[in-house]
Design a protein around this ligand. Structure first.
Ligand code: PLP
Length: 460
């Protein structure tokens, strides 16, 4: 029997949380030990009534939640959840569709097809590309690079899907020094290994140097994949994609763009110039749960050649009946079989924002990042380490790593906002990533004050 009261109560608890999240401490308040004590213990022998389970979770977990849906959580690259996307995600859970293919859920297949078409259009990618919705950019990188591996080796006369890598012709992988850590993991998973990668030099912002790429490529004629980046996780810098594609084309190399958040610049007419050339690449990875502000988990992979995409990901079995040939099979485009119908939230986000809304969201986050950077530049003892081209700001305080680390600790303790730390070019730095749809100028100003107050406290 459907327990309407339980669902209504859960909705009420969720709304209470979201209403308060903007004013609560931006980081966790309780320690893990308290949470373990409250929620842990032995698995109950007899079941506990559902309403008691939900009440206990909603009472005990929140002190150890981070305020990541809120407007002043600037850690990692963290989007919130747009109202329409969150509501659609609730429906996706209630509908509990297996988004595997158009037989397991025709609705999930059709809605995902529509949303994927809109994504290609917004991101300026070729309309014929294959598109899949993954758990995140990590698996989007795995998928794009798997397609690259298969297509390049097929050109060299080797079927990697059939024979694996043992005995395969050489495959070169070139990536910038600043390639994201998930690219390295993707290459490990694909059997391409870390030490096989030819690392290409980057400039002071972390952008791959196209001249260095061209000279590295010139050294060898073997099939090659070049992994470019749109949006360095620290600086936000975007590789010179048009030049990279041009250099790669000279050698028949495949270009994969890891654009977990930076590719969204393409959705803004004002910022699209930053990713000029991206649409000429061969495969792309990005995220929905970052800048599109859909709930976790949602990444996007696109591959220009849909046949290469499905060759890497597709699978068949006699019981896995398919709908008509023209019906989308979501599983053909990702390394997962059964999965949640994350397309509903993507569809809802895109439809509720429209093209103009997505552009405005991306532009607003960038303007807010610049606003924070300006406030910091005007203060003594604070250095903005990066060119603020996108939504990322890197800050350094005082003259030592210890001072910067201390300021980060003070900001986290204060809780007005949450920022993380990193090392940039060997120096400690504070990372601020403005990626949430609900962040306002007032949130930035409050956060700037809190950061500067923490800096004053740490120095005295
Ligand atoms: C450039 C880049 N690539 C890949 C990723 C991995 O994304 P996800 O954690 O969604 O898998 C990130 C995450 O910040 C990123 O910035």
């Amino acid at each position: 029997m459907i327990d309407r009261a339980l669902l209504a109560r859960a909705a009420e608890l969720a709304a209470d949380h979201l209403e308060a999240v903007g004013e609560r401490h931006a980081g966790p308040l309780a320690g893990h030990a308290e949470l373990r004590a409250a929620l842990g213990g032995a698995l109950p022998g007899a079941g506990v009534p559902a309403e008691d389970v939900i009440e206990a979770l909603a009472r005990d977990a929140p002190p150890d939640l981070v305020a990541s849906p809120g407007p002043r959580y600037f850690g990692f690259v963290t989007g919130g959840a747009l109202p329409a996307a969150l509501a659609a995600d609730w429906l996706a859970s209630a509908w509990d569709q297996n988004a595997f293919n158009a037989v397991s859920s025709p609705a999930a297949a059709v809605v995902e097809e529509v949303a994927c078409g809109w994504l290609l259009e917004l991101l300026g990618l070729p309309a014929e590309s294959g598109v899949g919705l993954t758990t995140g950019a990590q698996m989007a990188n795995v998928t794009g690079l798997a397609a690259a591996r298969g297509a390049l080796l097929a050109r060299a006369g080797w079927d990697v899907e059939e024979h694996g890598l043992t005995g395969a012709p050489p495959l070169r992988v070139l990536a910038g020094e600043e390639a994201h850590v998930t690219v390295w993991r993707a290459l490990r998973l694909l059997g391409l290994g870390r030490s096989a990668v030819e690392v290409v030099a980057v400039d002071a912002q972390g952008r791959m140097r196209a001249d260095a790429l061209a000279s590295t490529l010139a050294g060898d004629d073997a099939a090659a994949v070049v992994v470019a980046q749109a949006g360095n996780v620290n600086t936000g810098a975007i590789d010179p994609l048009a030049d990279i594609v041009a250099a790669a084309r000279e050698h028949g190399a495949w270009v994969h763009v890891d654009g977990a958040f930076g590719l969204w610049a393409a959705a803004s007419p004002a910022l699209a110039g930053l990713v000029a050339g991206a649409g000429e690449a061969d495969s792309w990875a990005t995220d929905g749960h970052k800048w599109l502000n859909v709930p976790y988990d949602c990444g996007v992979v696109a591959v220009r050649d849909p046949a290469a995409h499905t060759a890497a990901m597709g699978m068949t079995a006699s019981y896995l009946v398919r709908a008509g040939e023209s019906d989308r099979s979501n599983s053909d485009w990702v390394p997962e079989a059964s999965r949640r119908a994350r397309g509903f939230a993507v569809y809802a986000a895109l439809r509720s924002l429209g093209r103009e809304g997505v552009a405005e969201l991306v532009e607003r986050c960038c303007a807010l990042a610049r606003r924070l950077a300006s406030a910091m530049e005007a203060a003594d003892g604070v250095e903005v380490l990066n060119e603020v081209v996108l939504n990322q700001v890197l800050l350094r305080f005082g003259a030592s790593d210890a001072e910067t680390d201390a300021v980060i600790g003070r900001v986290q303790e204060d809780g007005t906002c949450w920022v993380g730390g990193t090392r940039w070019r060997g120096q400690a730095a504070m990372r601020v990533s403005v990626s949430n749809w609900s962040t306002t100028e007032a949130d930035i100003d409050r956060s700037a004050e809190a950061i500067l107050a923490a800096a004053r406290t740490s120095v005295t």
